[in-house]
Design a protein around this ligand. Structure first.
Ligand code: MG
Length: 368
C-alpha cells in the first residue's frame, strides 16, 4: 500500500492552568498535526509540539523539515516496508526529532490501521504477556510558590491521581520545603516523583536529595537533576544518593540510552517520542532497557491526545515501561478529538480500534 498524500495543520488547545517548569511557562498547546493518507484512502495522524527549550524544534523548523525534506523522501513509498520508510526519513535530515516523531506516529497509526490492529497489540506482538490495556499516569504539579503547589497537589488527589510529578529546580533549599509541604498535605500513600528539569548543580542536587531523604519524605525518584550535557554530574548524583535517578533531557537517542545504562549515569530512562524521533527509535531504547533490566518511564512534552496516545500505545506494549507521565490531555481544557484512548483522571484505557484509535481531528489540513 503506497503513501499517497502528506498534509499538515495546526491545533491550539488552552490549558487548565499555566504549565511552569524550571525551563519555561506555557498556557496553551500549540501543536502541528500531520495527516498521512494511503492510496486506499485510509488515514494516519501524528502530532508534534514545538518545544524549543528542550528539543530545539520550533513551529517553523518542524514545518520546514516535513515540507522540504521528510515528505519528499517518503511520499510514494510502500507502507508495508515500514523499516525502509523510516530509514529514508532518517537519511533525509539529521536531528529534527519532533518533525520525525509526528511523521513516525502518523505512519504507525496508518500501518496498524491497514493491518486492522490496535497499535499497542501490534507493537507488543512479540511479547503479548507484557501487553497492558490500562495505564496509570501521574499529574504534573508546576513549580510555583509552595502554598500554590500544595493547593494544586490537593486538587490532583481529589481528582483521583495517586502519583504526583512535582516540578522543582528553582532553589535547592526551597525545593526541600516544597516537597515537605506537599508530603504533609497529601499524606504518606501518595507517590511523589520529583523533576528538577536540569535546575540544580551537582552539589546542589546531592545536598537537596539527601535532605529530602533525611527528612523521610519518601520520594519515588528524581528526574534530570543536572544539565543534560553534564554526564559526569548525572553519574555523580546517581552514585551519591539512594533515591533512584531518572534521565530525561540527557537521553534523546538510542546511543544516549546505551551510554546511560552502560556507564550507570542514571537508574531509569524517560522515553519521549519527541526526543527519540518517534516510535521506531523508542523501540530500540526499549530493547536496550530490556537487555539491561532498566525500567523506563514514558513521558510527553506539552502535547495533546494524538501524540500522547501514541506514547500510551507504546507504554502498553512494552514491559520495560513501568511508569507513565502522560498527563498532556489531562492538562488541556478540552478534548477536541474524536475517539482514541480514554483519559479518565489518572487512568488511560487503550481502545481496541485499529491504529491509535483517533477517528476525527478538527484541523484544516494543507498538503505538503
Ligand atoms: Mg522531565
Amino acid at each position: 500500500m503506497k503513501i499517497s498524500h502528506i498534509s499538515i495543520g495546526y491545533i491550539q488547545i488552552p490549558l487548565v492552568t499555566p504549565f511552569k517548569t524550571a525551563l519555561r511557562t506555557v498556557d496553551s498547546v500549540n501543536d502541528l498535526i500531520v495527516k498521512i493518507e494511503a492510496e486506499d484512502g485510509s488515514v494516519g495522524y501524528g502530532e508534534a509540539p514545538p518545544t524549543a527549550v528542550i528539543t530545539g524544534d520550533t513551529k517553523e523548523s518542524i514545518e520546514a523539515a516535513i515540507r522540504g525534506y521528510i515528505a519528499p523522501a517518503i511520499r510514494g513509498m510502500d507502507l508495508d516496508d515500514l523499516g525502509a520508510v523510516m530509514q529514508n526519513m532518517e537519511k533525509a535530515i539529521a536531528k529534527n526529532t519532533s518533525a520525525k516523531a509526528a511523521i513516525d506516529i502518523a505512519l504507525y497509526d496508518l500501518y496498524a490501521k491497514t493491518k486492522g490492529q490496535p497499535l499497542f497489540r501490534l507493537l507488543g506482538s512479540a511479547h503479548p504477556e507484557h501487553v497492558k490495556t490500562e495505564l496509570e499516569t501521574d499529574l504534573t504539579i508546576s513549580v510555583n510558590e509552595t502554598d500554590e503547589m500544595v493547593r494544586d497537589s490537593i486538587r490532583a488527589m481529589e481528582q483521583g491521581f495517586r502519583i504526583l510529578k512535582v516540578k522543582v529546580g528553582k532553589g535547592g533549599a526551597k525545593d526541600v520545603e516544597r516537597i515537605r509541604a506537599i508530603r504533609e498535605a497529601v499524606g504518606k500513600d501518595a507517590i511523589i516523583r520529583v523533576d528538577a528539569n536540569q535546575g540544580w548543580s551537582r552539589e546542589e542536587a546531592v545536598r537537596t536529595i539527601c535532605a529530602i531523604e533525611d527528612a523521610g519524605l519518601n520520594i519515588e525518584l528524581v528526574e534530570q537533576p543536572v544539565s543534560y550535557h553534564d554526564f559526569k554530574g548525572m553519574q555523580y548524583v546517581t552514585r551519591e544518593v539512594d533515591t533512584p535517578i531518572l534521565a530525561d533531557e540527557s537521553v534523546f537517542s538510542y546511543e544516549d540510552a546505551v551510554r546511560i545504562v552502560e556507564e550507570h549515569a542514571a537508574d531509569f530512562i524517560n522515553i519521549k517520542l519527541m526526543k527519540t524521533g518517534g516510535i521506531h527509535q523508542a523501540l530500540r531504547i526499549c530493547d536496550i532497557a530490556d537487555e539491561y533490566g532498566v525500567q523506563c518511564m514514558t513521558g510527553c512534552m506539552l502535547e495533546s491526545k494524538v501524540s500522547v496516545s501514541a506514547a500510551a500505545h507504546l507504554a502498553a506494549a512494552r514491559g520495560c515501561i513501568t511508569m507513565a507521565d502522560l498527563d498532556g490531555p489531562s492538562l488541556c481544557r478540552i478534548d477536541p478529538y474524536q475517539g482514541g484512548p480514554l483519559y479518565q483522571g489518572p487512568k488511560i484505557l487503550l481502545p481496541e480500534e485499529p491504529g491509535i484509535g483517533i477517528a476525527g481531528v478538527p484541523v484544516e489540513f494543507m498538503e505538503v
